[in-house]
Design a protein around this ligand. Structure first.
Ligand SMILES: Nc1ncnc2c1ncn2[C@@H]1O[C@H](COP(=O)(O)OP(=O)(O)OP(=O)(O)O)[C@@H](O)[C@H]1O
Length: 298
């Protein structure tokens, strides 16, 4: 079932800023990662999903309800973590969470307490005495505590230390296993790789990639250095891989192939006598980074 649907969504702030003709379709139980450089339009898209902004054209829907007009109907089903957290300073975290809970007509705060324990935070402290990371934890608890079906999380681990980032990854895995739909924006590639089923890459307000992590992994190039025992072995291999790069004065070749092409390579290598085979794996970070550089990379 499609829980989040975005069709040709456009918000033009002028001067090339905003979001343009965005299409997204996210299924129940899917964890979708939204990546892109600063100013790419991630928060703008999320704010449209929350119904805070009226699109210039196109539609954003959650559970089949148009987000801007149906904001009130959607909110009970959604947990939202804003990119810029503004909590009331002169309140304790507990009082703030109780207040939000009351607005949501929550009767049960057991899950909020459990989350506070998991994120090692004492919410009884005054918010103005809290560190950035502590405030982030209060905001995370607020987004998750009413057990919503859909979570919209704008840079959820911003300000969290690595241990707490791991706790967050575990929480996302658990919520996914419960069938929740999770849409999160992030600048942390490792977190996206660990948590997401699919990623969208936004740049200059346009969605330039929408790809599953599995597709991404199988399209990854891996480089192999192959040392041959003799020139006849090297020549035999080259008949099948004429583009393999030959190192000077050595019985050695370098070849880059997508992981999906590993079987033909192994079969070709099995017919040769080798001295060594070394693998250099390219990371997903290298893949993502190409979208963060200059225009020439896209
Ligand atoms: N209300 C607004 N009025 C005018 N321009 C805006 C408004 N909101 C956002 N923008 C512009 O739209 C673009 C997208 O901003 P947005 O906050 O969505 O980016 P982002 O991808 O979330 O960035 P970051 O990674 O820095 O959080 C930016 O150029 C921003 O300056």
């Amino acid at each position: 079932m499609e829980t989040i649907s975005v069709r040709s969504l456009t918000k033009d702030y002028g001067g090339g800023k905003g979001i343009f003709d965005i299409f997204l379709s996210i299924r129940q139980g899917e964890v979708y990662g939204f990546l892109g450089p600063n100013g790419a339009g991630k928060s703008t898209t999320i704010r449209h999903l929350m119904g805070f902004c009226r699109p210039d054209s196109g539609r954003a829907e959650i559970l089949g309800i148009e987000c801007f007009r149906g904001q009130k109907a959607i909110q009970p089903h959604v947990g939202y973590l804003p990119g810029e957290i503004a909590l009331p300073d002169d309140m304790t975290g507990t009082r703030y969470l109780k207040l939000i809970g009351k607005m949501r007509k929550m009767k049960e705060f057991g899950y909020a307490q459990e989350l506070a324990r998991r994120f090692s935070i004492n919410p009884d402290l005054l918010i103005k005495r809290m560190s950035k990371g502590m405030k982030q934890k209060v905001a995370i608890i607020s987004a998750f505590m009413h057990d919503p079906d859909i979570l919209l999380l704008d840079e959820p681990t911003s300000g969290l230390d690595p241990l707490m980032q791991n706790r967050f990854v575990e929480l996302v895995e658990e919520e996914k296993n419960k069938g929740k739909t999770i849409f999160l924006s992030s600048h942390i590639f490792e977190e996206v790789e660990k948590t997401c089923d699919r990623v969208g890459i936004l740049r200059g307000g346009k969605l330039i990639r929408d790809i599953t992590i599995d597709e991404l992994r199988s399209s990854q190039m891996t480089t192999y250095q192959i040392g041959f025992s003799g020139i006849s072995d090297l020549r035999k291999f080259q008949t099948q891989y004429p583009d393999a790069h030959c190192a000077k004065n050595a019985l050695q070749l370098t070849i880059s192939i997508p992981d999906s092409q590993i079987n033909p390579l192994i079969s070709a290598l099995s017919q040769c006598s080798l001295r060594f085979l070394r693998e250099e794996k390219h990371t997903l970070e290298e893949y993502f980074m190409q979208f963060y550089g200059g225009e020439e990379h896209v």
